[in-house]
Design a binder for this molecule. Structure first.
Ligand code: CAA
Length: 269
C-alpha cells in the first residue's frame, strides 16, 4: 500500500497491539483492575491512536479488553479519589482527547465489548464506529452515583446515538443495562455469545478491510463530520469526499472489476 516505512510499535505496559493482515487488534490489558483507565492507560491509548493514524497498512482496528470480565470498568476511581479539580480537568481532557483521536482515525474502529463497559469504558466504546457486545457485556454511566458526571465525551456521544430521553435516563440514573437492552436502545450493533465476540469482530473487520481503503476512510470522515454538524454542511462535506473518491485508481479498479465480473483488487490509492 505504501512505500513509506511503517512506524515501530511503541512499548506499552497496559496495551497490546497485534495485527492480522490489515486488521489491528488493540487490547487494553489491565485485567486486575478490570482495565480501568488510569493516566498511564490513557497516555498509552493516546500514543496508540497517534501510532494507528500513521499505519496505512491497517484498514480496521478492533478495540477490546483483556481478561474475561471487562471491556473497561471506567476511569480509575482510585486515581481520581485525590485529584484536585485542576488535575481532574487535565485527566478528563486526556480522556476526551483519546476518544476524539479514535473518532478521527483514518480506520474504522470496532469495539468488541467483552464485559463491563462502565463510565469512561462506555464512553470509550461510544467513540468507536461500531460496537459488538458479548452476551455478558454490561453498560452504564454510573458517574452521578460517585458525585461526577460522564466526562470523556459520553454525554454528547450518547445523546447523538440514542437521543435526549434515552441518554438522560442512563446518565441521570446511572443504571446498568445488559447487552440485549443496549441492542434495543441502538447502543450496540449486535450481541453475540462471548466465544463468538472476536470471531464476529474479525469477520466484520475482514469485510471492511477488503473494501477500497480510501473510500472507507473518506466515508468514516463523512459520517464523523455529519454527526457533529448540521445536515446542509454534512451533505456538502459528503459531496466533496464522494468526489475525492473519483481521484483514486481504486475507483477505476472497482468499476472495471464490476464490468469484467471479477473481484476488485484495491491498492489504497
Ligand atoms: N477504578 C479503579 N479500580 C477499579 C475500577 C475502577 N473504575 N473498577 C474495578 N476496579 C478494581 C476494583 O477496585 C478491584 O480491585 P481490588 O481487587 O484491588 O479490590 C478490581 O478492579 C476488581 O473489581 P471488583 O472486585 O469490584 O469486581 P466485581 O466483579 O465485584 O465488580 C464492577 C465489578 C461492578 C465493574 C465494579 O468493579 C465496579 O462497580 N467498578 C466501578 C465502575 C464505575 O463506577 N465506573 C465509573 C468510574 S467513573 C468514570 O468513568 C468517570 C468518567 O466519566 C471519566
Amino acid at each position: 500500500m505504501t512505500m513509506t516505512a511503517l512506524p515501530k510499535v511503541p512499548t506499552w505496559t497496559t496495551l497490546k497491539l497485534t495485527t492480522d493482515g490489515r486488521v489491528g487488534v488493540l487490547t487494553i490489558d489491565r485485567p486486575e483492575a478490570l482495565n480501568a483507565l488510569n493516566s498511564t492507560v490513557l497516555r498509552e491509548l493516546e500514543e496508540a491512536m497517534d501510532h494507528l493514524a500513521a499505519r496505512p497498512d491497517l484498514g480496521v482496528v478492533i478495540l477490546t479488553g483483556g481478561g474475561s470480565k471487562a471491556f473497561v470498568a471506567g476511569a480509575d476511581i482510585k486515581e481520581m479519589v485525590t485529584l484536585p479539580a485542576i488535575e481532574a480537568r487535565a485527566f478528563t481532557a486526556l480522556g476526551q482527547r483519546v476518544n476524539a483521536k479514535m473518532e478521527e482515525l483514518p480506520q474504522p474502529v470496532i469495539a468488541a465489548i467483552n464485559g463491563y463497559a462502565l463510565g469512561g469504558g462506555m464512553e470509550l466504546a461510544l467513540a468507536a464506529d461500531i460496537r459488538i457486545a458479548s452476551e455478558s457485556a454490561v453498560f452504564g454511566l454510573p458517574e452521578v452515583g460517585l458525585g461526577l458526571h460522564p466526562g470523556f465525551g459520553g454525554t454528547q456521544r450518547l445523546l447523538a446515538l440514542v437521543g435526549k430521553g434515552r441518554a438522560a435516563e442512563l446518565v441521570y440514573t446511572g443504571d446498568r443495562i445488559k447487552a440485549d437492552e443496549a441492542l434495543r436502545l441502538g447502543i450496540v450493533n449486535k450481541v453475540v455469545p462471548q466465544d463468538q465476540l472476536l470471531p464476529t469482530a474479525h469477520a466484520m473487520a475482514g469485510r471492511i478491510a477488503a473494501a477500497a481503503p480510501v473510500a472507507v476512510m473518506l466515508a468514516k470522515a463523512a459520517l464523523t463530520r455529519g454527526n457533529a454538524t448540521d445536515l446542509t454542511t454534512g451533505l456538502r462535506y459528503e459531496n466533496e469526499t464522494a468526489a475525492l473518491c473519483f481521484s483514486t485508481s481504486d475507483i477505476r479498479e472497482g468499476f472495471t472489476a464490476f464490468i469484467e465480473k471479477r473481484k476488485p483488487c484495491f491498492e489504497g490509492k
